[in-house]
Write a protein that binds this ligand. Structure first.
Ligand SMILES: O=P(O)(O)OC[C@H]1O[C@](O)(COP(=O)(O)O)[C@@H](O)[C@@H]1O
Ligand SMILES: [Mg+2]
Ligand SMILES: [Mg+2]
Length: 281
């Protein structure tokens, strides 16, 4: 097995265990993460589990997490950037959550162009792992069940867009953003769930657009570039879709800090293009 195979194996094993035990953390709170947001107990628990499994992989040189201030330096090799539990405020209400893993062939901060693999786990009615790697030309989805991983399907961005998952309150977004949201919601079915992984999964399955734009509360957007936006952009672009921070591919965003944020848009190329044009006016 090469290093990416071993990382994929570690993510599968840990995600299996996480999926079976999430209920234990439904109502546990914890402290604050380095972005100043409230952590739930599941955030810290999942981070510990993924750290233990991924730091043991030879060829992993660093572990950066949304839940840790500092990057754990482990030696030479790839840097993992992880959102161990994405959408964790969905846990209490028993809605979907996820895990996002970016594998960077670089120290951080870095652009998404240095990603060599990206993985997202969706803990929904069933648990799936979706993987894009530089050494594969397909985006592979696996079903994780009963200790096994089974090839489940592959993702190619559907041509006809159907769904729209747009975050942020109308009162907190720019007029230009609201105009676009209104235009898109006339054509697409609004479905926003509050876990980026789940909101992106529906875009990959049915076609459409996911967005977490800049808001008054989050002037740079809410999602973190290394842990969420760039790895998910890598997945979508590998599947034939597109990504944007409003003006350029999310893979070209050049962050100056590890916990930096960015406005995030993922989905069909035609919609991303219209969005960029609309925001530029
Ligand atoms: O509650 P809001 O503002 O819609 O935010 C939801 C967004 O925040 C996130 O939950 C942030 O991720 P974390 O839960 O990993 O911090 C995204 O998954 C999701 O898109
Ligand atoms: Mg997240
Ligand atoms: Mg998280």
């Amino acid at each position: 097995m090469n290093t990416l195979d071993e990382i994929e194996r570690a993510v599968k094993d840990t995600a299996h265990y996480v999926s079976g035990n999430l209920a234990n953390y439904a109502h546990r709170s914890a402290g604050e993460n380095p972005s100043g947001e409230a952590q739930v107990g599941g955030d810290v628990w999942a981070d510990d589990l993924f750290f233990d499994s991924l730091s043991g992989v030879e060829g992993v040189g660093g572990y950066a997490s949304e839940e840790r201030e500092e990057i754990a330096q482990l030696g030479d090799g790839y840097t993992i950037a992880i959102d161990p539990l994405d959408g964790s405020s969905n846990l209490a209400s028993n809605n979907s959550v996820g895990t996002i893993v970016g594998v960077y062939d670089s120290d951080l901060p870095a652009t998404g162009r240095t990603l060599v693999a990206s993985m997202m786990v969706l803990y929904g009615p069933y648990t799936t792992l979706t993987v894009a790697r530089q050494d594969r030309d397909i985006v592979q989805e696996y079903l994780l069940r009963d200790g096994h991983s089974e090839r489940w399907g592959t993702f190619t961005q559907p041509e006809d867009p159907t769904v729209l998952g747009m975050a942020g309150k109308w009162s907190q977004r720019s007029d230009a953003m609201n105009e676009l949201a209104q235009e898109f919601s006339r054509e697409l079915k609004p479905r926003y769930g509050g876990a980026t992984v789940a909101d992106l999964a529906q875009v990959l399955e049915y076609g459409g657009l996911f967005g977490y734009p800049a808001t008054e509360k989050y002037p740079d957007g809410k999602l973190r570039i290394h842990f969420e936006a760039a790895p998910l952009a890598y997945l979508v672009e590998a599947a034939g879709g597109a990504s944007s921070d409003g003006a350029q591919s999310l893979l070209d965003v050049d962050p100056d800090e590890v916990h930096g944020r960015t406005p995030t848009f993922l989905g069909n190329e035609s919609l991303i293009q219209r969005l960029e044009e609309g925001l530029a006016e």
